[in-house]
Design a protein around this ligand. Structure first.
Ligand code: ADP
Ligand code: MG
Length: 257
């Protein structure tokens, strides 16, 4: 068997906000087909880690490699890094589909426009092709009938499913999810997890920050436990949930049951 190709490699990532060092040397590789769940307490640096992968936050040091291409960085003159080639970041970002806790749909656009905007205006797809792909994705997430509605008329669960369709529409190499169900009413969580679970079953490469431990255990092949800016422990779902070794992880797992 050939080795799976590397999708993302993060090496020795540090991130500081003023005096606060939020990430203290985090390294993680995702190969194609991996579903990696990141768990950890509030404030442990999970969102910051995800945001550094697509340079929504700029790392203080360390490197990010996407599909074998390392993002070129230079000193920003304030002890941190900045991209030395903005075009490269823009290009590599189109390989990453990001889904946020708060959906972040464009409110002044219909659901279909949300899904076709980047394919048409950034990726240069024809309108017809973008609409065809977009409608197929909306059908997949159960929102075809809502394609001409504006986000405000959708439930939170529907909005998040639309946000997932929008992220998929760029045909990303990797999907990044930051607590995609945390802002939802409990009865709406399931419909969003079903969509994400389907993507996992199709072996779509994903890095998922989540508080849904049962779901993480079911869909992920690798779990990373982040605590105070370092990977405290990582392993298979059975290792992490069935046989946690570090005291911090044991405490975290017992706190969420
Ligand atoms: P998590 O997602 O695990 O809850 P975050 O990555 O959001 O954690 O935040 C980690 C720490 O970094 C927190 O203490 C948070 O307050 C701080 N932090 C996050 N973003 C910023 C920012 N833009 N400026 C200053 N501090 C921040
Ligand atoms: Mg967070």
């Amino acid at each position: 068997m050939t080795e799976p190709a590397q999708a993302i490699a993060v090496t020795d990532l540090h991130k500081r906000f003023g005096p606060l060092e939020v990430l203290k040397g985090v390294s993680l590789t995702a190969n194609e087909g991996d579903v990696i769940a990141i768990i950890g307490g509030s404030g442990s640096g999970k969102s910051t880690f995800l945001r550094c992968i697509n340079m929504l936050e700029l790392p203080t040091s360390g490197s990010v490699t996407i599909h074998g291409e390392t993002i070129a960085m230079k000193n920003d003159g304030h002890g941190g890094l900045m991209p030395s080639d903005r075009k490269q970041v823009q290009r590599l970002r189109t390989q990453l589909g990001m889904v946020f806790q708060s959906f972040n749909l464009w409110q002044h656009m219909t659901i279909l426009q949300n899904v076709t905007e980047v394919p048409i205006h950034v990726l240069g797809k024809s309108k017809d092709e973008a609409i065809e792909t977009g409608e197929a994705l909306l059908r997949r997430v159960g929102l075809f009938e809502k394609r001409d509605a504006y986000p405000a008329f959708l439930s939170g669960g529907q909005q998040q499913r639309a946000a997932i369709a929008r992220a998929l529409a760029i045909q990303p190499l990797v999907m990044l999810f930051d607590e995609p169900t945390s802002a939802l009413d409990p009865q709406l969580v399931g419909e969003v997890l079903t969509v994400i679970g389907d993507l996992a079953r199709e072996k779509r490469t994903m890095i998922l920050v989540t508080h849904e431990m049962k779901f993480a255990r079911k869909v992920a092949n690798h779990i990373v436990f982040l605590a105070e800016g370092v990977i405290d422990e990582q392993g298979t779902p059975d290792e992490i949930f069935g046989n946690p070794r570090s005291e911090r992880l044991k405490k975290f797992i017992s706190s969420i049951h």
